[in-house]
Design a protein around this ligand. Structure first.
Ligand code: PRP
Length: 217
């Protein structure tokens, strides 16, 4: 009997686009599109099972082997540094991580820089490389508010369109890295389900390549 591949999908818009790709390469599970509060969907015939999980929890499910495969943003992978294999860049969910704040917020050298962020690990690593002394203020959302109300000097956050910064009179001060969605796999699953996982990955890679080709024609 075919072994099931368990896939952790990030809840939300990115997860829906990713599911569409899985469907297009032959791993559909139509029940997933029904508007329900169900969290797990199986298609025995195709040998696939999907879970919807919070985007920041995808790597946890995969690292612990509760899912074989998952789709996570590079931001989550850089922040959590999970012990998983990264198989493929899906080229979806593109954005960047940047230092942002009021114009000139980085001047005044010598002073400890107060950095508000959802990504303390990324911020610490970035400033450690620059040997800059910082104080991390860990927040869980609405990060842009921090420099406005003087909770921090700058933020380290996701910038997608730049609209949130602009509407709050903030700007990108330094770019840290570009981000996109990655396919990750549990290390033991990759050993025991190599053929099936490589098949999914190859089909996905080809699908993405042909889509990119169509877009440039
Ligand atoms: C993210 C990020 C920024 C915003 C950037 O927040 O933290 O706030 O999107 O997008 P933009 O450049 O297109 O304006 P999210 O919507 O995830 O909500 P949050 O504030 O709860 O983190």
């Amino acid at each position: 009997m075919k072994q099931m591949i368990r896939v952790a999908l990030p809840k939300g818009r990115l997860g829906e686009s990713v599911y569409k790709l899985f469907d297009e390469i032959g791993y559909g599970c139509p029940e997933i599109l029904e508007n329900s509060r169900k969290l797990i969907f199986e298609n025995e015939e195709k040998g696939v099972c999907y879970f919807w999980v919070k985007p920041s929890d995808v790597a946890i499910y995969v690292e612990h082997g509760a899912a074989d495969v998952g789709i996570a943003g590079l931001d989550i992978l850089l922040e959590q540094e999970p012990d998983v294999f990264e198989l493929l860049d899906l080229g979806l969910g593109k954005c960047r991580i940047a230092v942002a704040g009021r114009k000139g917020a980085l001047s005044g050298t010598g002073k400890t820089l107060r950095v508000a962020t959802k990504f303390p690990n990324i911020a610490k690593n970035y400033y450690a490389e620059q040997s800059r002394e910082i104080e991390i203020i860990k927040l869980n959302g609405s990060i842009e508010l921090a420099p406005i109300v003087n909770l921090s000097d700058v933020i380290v956050d996701i910038v997608e369109t730049g609209k949130t910064l602009k509407e709050n009179n903030l700007e990108v001060l330094e770019e840290i890295t570009s981000i996109s969605a990655r396919m990750i796999v549990n290390k033991a699953s990759f050993r025991f389900k190599t053929q099936q996982i490589e098949e999914v990955c190859d089909k996905m890679r080809n699908r993405i390549l042909s889509e990119n080709k169509d877009n440039t024609l």
